[in-house]
Design a protein around this ligand. Structure first.
Ligand code: ADP
Ligand code: MG
Length: 698
């Protein structure tokens, strides 16, 4: 039987109980799973230090020698155990504050030990607190040991003595089997092209690195393999889909498009908008189904681009729809498109959860008989009952707000899938976009409409409140409006609501002369709508809200965004919120209020906000700070796979190479049928059993 697929239960040091635990806690069942459980860090055990060499700020080091004697010092809770340890020339104190009994029973004088730990300076002398101690003769030699791997375990595993060291031992026992060689998972020509280690060598060196050079090569190989197969999967699926589904062809740029452009458009398009419209135009005329992701910072004018795309559809006899994540936003799209389109003669409608049954029935009918050209709405659009006559284009606004399943439903609206344009203002770093949306072509609007002044962002501690209130008055006297946003954390919604309501009361007391709106998630949508409307029409000067206004809302006269407890928001969210202002010609401001106690991470987030308005830079920083799994916009859908070794924040270059390699291979051999590529289709098949098919979804 293939060594890789063997059940770990029968390996030395495992047995049924530990096997069960490994399966439950880490999903490790087979030899391969175990060998693919890569260490998360390494500590250099490749040499022994002399006590005389110890200096300040050393990392973990190891010493070789004997314990001369034990001493108990102090009384009661401050009691500690000291062992005088000598390397034959000098001595150093080893110190324990806990487990004294265990230590004195376990370790003896006059045995050659290896002591491992981090030296610290105490009262002018070095000591090592709670060192690791092992018997020298039981350790592999230094040459075999090299860099010592550390493995992730769980609390539960630790209580069953399945700690990092135990895992290391188990994996060590597989070494002889591993050294016999295991089947390679990458074709020889790929290994050769990039000078990659063979899988066997890579696995040996990832677990038992002889030196850091080999460790690096092992990591390179395993990272490449991981990223490459994800890309190969995406690229192959996309090719298959392009081949299988023909896209609707929007042959010409027609009457509505031209008339709107010539006679209705109230301003000049930015060059970036023009560029993206051309890209979309090329897609929908190509005969392939479009799957395009449009990224553009908040306020960059994505809606208008979407409108042009929808006009292309209508001009070619198709219907189009645009889905937004909230009712407020959908309604706003509806209003602004109605206004933009004026009397051009298009029939558009709004469909949301709160559309009345009678109106709903009417919309359904007009969609089916083709009377309606454009439908706007929330996810109400994708309910089964909504059927189109000939849906040619679907636009998804703020797509990161939608779950995967919701997006997938759009596919079933036609026998032939419509063109799809997804838009997001949460810029996704390139590397991440390539991994999650590798099958989408990406357009970027990297330019704001002219005349916008960059938003100025400030960080205030709570003590600046009085100054802030004065500033608010000044702005309102200038005719501006202000948002005050409170955090909302799901676990404690009631508490947050209390926060919000108290904030509202407080502001009402401070500003009796102004009118204040309040919007939060617990309100009925009609109520929300009404409050929002008051703010939009300028009847209220201040809008107190939770993050329900985070996405898409457009009130150009609002020029100040105040964020309470800014430390409780993620970077992407802060940036989104800030994007609610700066939409008019006035200078706008964003004020981040925080308490005094800030973690380093929070401080970095706030600094980033103060220093830059560039959404892409913010997204990159976010990725660096948080790691891809947590990134706003991916939490909801989640990364469709788990990365074991590659790191999207660091391995962007390699991801690009992996993608390029995958594209070349699929162009040359779309079905992966060539002899040298059989290995690839087999690996893909193996992956398939565990992960879902992504490219059909977005
Ligand atoms: P977002 O990309 O965040 O969705 P919107 O589409 O809501 O941005 O556009 C923000 C504002 O900018 C809207 O008021 C819109 O009318 C305006 N706008 C869009 N394009 C232009 C342009 N080329 N020139 C001037 N204003 C524009
Ligand atoms: Mg928008």
């Amino acid at each position: 039987m293939d060594f890789f697929t063997q059940d770990i239960q029968f390996f030395p040091g495992v047995g049924p109980k530990r096997a069960e635990l490994l399966k439950k806690e880490l999903n490790i069942r087979t030899a391969e799973d175990l060998l693919r459980h890569y260490p998360y860090k390494y500590v250099d055990r490749s040499r022994f230090y002399m006590i005389s060499e110890i200096s300040e700020n050393m990392p973990f080091i190891q010493l070789k020698g004997k314990i001369l004697r034990f001493e108990k010092v102090g009384e009661g809770r401050s009691q500690r155990l000291i062992a005088i340890f000598t390397d034959g020339r000098q001595s150093i104190e080893l110190v324990w504050f806990k487990g004294l009994k265990f230590v004195t029973e376990r370790y003896k004088t006059n045995i050659e030990y290896v002591v491992f730990g981090k030296p610290t300076l105490f009262n002018g002398k070095y000591n090592i607190v709670h060192p690791d101690i092992e018997i020298l003769s039981q350790l592999p030699t230094v040459e075999q040991m090299g860099l010592q791997p550390f493995y992730n375990t769980s609390e539960k595993m630790k209580t069953h003595f399945l700690n990092s060291k135990a895992i290391q031992k188990i994996i060590y026992s597989l070494l002889p089997e591993l050294q016999k060689g295991i089947p390679e998972t990458l074709p020889a020509y790929v290994l050769n092209r990039y000078g990659l280690l063979h899988l066997t060598d890579a696995l040996i060196n990832i677990h038992f690195p002889k030196n850091s050079h080999l460790l690096n090569r092992a990591r390179q190989r395993l990272k490449f393999e991981e990223l490459f197969y994800i890309q190969l999967d995406i690229v192959k699926q996309t090719a298959w889909r392009n081949q299988r589904f023909k896209g609707f062809v929007f042959k010409h740029v027609g009457n509505y498009f031209n008339t709107f452009y010539r006679d209705y458009l109230p301003f000049e398009l930015t060059n970036a908008q023009k560029k993206v419209i051309r890209e979309i135009r090329a897609d929908v005329a190509s005969g392939k189904q479009m799957n395009r992701l449009l990224q553009g910072d908040v306020g960059s004018g994505k809606t208008l681009v979407a409108l042009f795309a929808m006009l292309m559809a209508v001009d070619n006899g198709f219907q189009a729809c645009m889905m937004a994540p909230t009712e407020i936003l959908a309604a706003q799209h509806f209003e602004s498109l109605k206004e933009l389109l004026g009397n051009i003669g298009l029939r558009i409608a709004l469909l949301t959860g709160s559309t009345r049954p009678k109106e709903r029935a009417e919309i359904h009918e007009k969609l089916l008989n083709g009377e309606l050209n454009i439908l706007l709405g929330t996810h109400a659009l994708i309910e089964e009952t909504v059927q189109f006559k000939n849906l040619g284009l679907v636009v998804i606004d703020e797509q990161h707000r939608f779950g995967v399943a919701q997006r997938a439903r759009l596919w079933s609206k036609n026998v032939q899938p419509p063109h799809i344009l997804v838009m997001t203002a949460t810029p996704i770093p390139r590397t991440l976009a390539m991994t999650i949306y590798g099958d989408l072509t990406v357009s970027v609007i990297d330019e704001l409409p002219p005349g916008r002044k960059p938003i100025q962002t400030f960080h205030f501690y709570d003590n600046k409140r009085q100054a802030l209130y004065k500033f608010m008055v000044k702005q309102i006297e200038l005719g501006r409006q202000i948002y005050v946003v409170y955090p909302l954390i799901q676990e404690s919604e009631t508490m947050d609501l209390k926060n919000l309501e108290e904030g509202y009361e407080h502001l009402s007391e401070i500003f009796p002369q102004y009118k204040i709106s309040m919007v939060h998630g617990k309100m009925k949508s009609a109520e929300k709508e009404a409050e929002m409307q008051k703010f939009v029409t300028g009847k209220t000067q201040i809008m107190v809200a939770t993050t329900v206004i985070e996405v898409g809302v457009n009130v150009p006269n609002a020029s100040v965004m105040i964020i309470e407890n800014a430390e409780r928001f993620g970077l992407a969210q802060l940036h989104q919120l800030r994007g609610r202002v700066g939409r008019g010609a006035d200078q706008s401001y964003c004020i981040l209020l925080t308490g005094y106690k800030l973690s380093n991470l929070t401080r970095k987030r706030i600094e980033t906000m103060v220093n830059t308005n560039d959404g892409f830079q913010i997204a990159e920083t976010d990725l660096q700070l948080r790691g891809p799994g947590d990134l706003d916009g991916t939490q909801q859908s989640g990364l469709p796979f788990e990365l074991k070794i590659a790191n999207l924040a660091q391995d962007g270059k390699m991801l690009e190479i992996a993608r390029k390699t995958a594209i070349d291979i699929i162009e040359d051999d779309p079905q992966l049928q060539k002899n040298e590529n059989i290995i690839l289709s087999e690996q893909l098949k193996k992956m398939k059993t565990s992960s879902l098919n992504w490219s059909v979804i977005s």
